[in-house]
Design a protein around this ligand. Sequence first.
Ligand SMILES: [Zn+2]
Ligand SMILES: [Zn+2]
Length: 381
Amino acid sequence: MRRLRSPRDCCFDSVRADPAALFCATCGQPLARCMAHADCGGLVGEDGLCHVCVAPHLQIIPGATMNAPIGGSVALPFDLYNSSTVDRPLLVTGLWSREKGEWRKERLGWEQLDPNTRAPASVIAREFDRAGLHEIEIMWAVATRWRSREENFAFSTRVLLNIAGDKDEKGPVVQISSENEMNGNVIQITDNSGRTGKDDGKVVSAIDMNIQRLDLEERRLGLRGMGEDLRVLRSATFAFRGYGDKEAPASGLPVLTSDAVLAFGRSRTRADGGDNDVRLLVTDRGGKLDEELSQMISRRHFELYVENDRLMLRVTGSNGIRVNGQPQAANATVRLNDGDVIAPVAKAADALALSVRFTREFDQVCTVTLAREPAVTGASA
Ligand SMILES: [Zn+2]
Ligand SMILES: [Zn+2]
């Protein structure tokens, strides 16, 4: 399967120079737009993450001190920060922590994180019954929204809690020393740069922790994917069968449109001077146009797009459609699966149908085939 690499600087330059470009003029890779491309100018790789829209950070604030009893638990404070340059918030939809084993859900008293703002959070670290290193992993889920769409991701970072510990650990460490005369320990946060003396512990800048995507957890939490064993990535290519000349895009490409959707409807395709990607007209098997039924298809009738590693359909026309026989009204969104059948004319579902076929490679859908029935006379089968 062809991978869709993360976009490089040349790809951003290319799309700025030619907003309609399908491929980077320099490196030749397909230009897959962020759903919010009109707003952010962002491009995505196969993982669907737009680094312009989604720029989360977890920062430990040095100098923070907490008291904790030995053998008890302590709240580890940090800030979540959104360094996105687009004027759109990131929504923090969940927070978890774990030392070993299962994730524990943590409380978070807020959700919205505006660009260039930080907000405080904490997780509970437990049971420090021995000296030495304790690792705590913090996971948080974010959502980025654009119009009716939303992409969800989960990130994590690992913080080492060094209880009365050594000074030669890598990365930021949280030190717990028992120098306090009261019944607690003091968590002292150091940047491990050697300036860890007891009197100069107030390091000024925040420590920006390394973070990583947790794609397995995203699936397990239901944030992304179609169940735990199937994903439709942004690299999935589309194949069109049974359409007439200039009624569908070339097969074999991912969704590369400026709004990251494939638009289906009655008006002409981009290749034919219109603004649709797939033109839908009702014809009989002989190829004769049924004007009355075709009028029930809106100019832009529905959209297909890849969101959260799923193939999604959104109804944009006023007359509705059917998916597997079920009526779907305007603005409905439907998750599509292998074998689904889209009937664009809700009141005459037999008149025109598009079948959805997945070609899989391991847990990924590499090709989505959209076959039109009846096929237009003379179209490739
Ligand atoms: Zn490039
Ligand atoms: Zn974006």
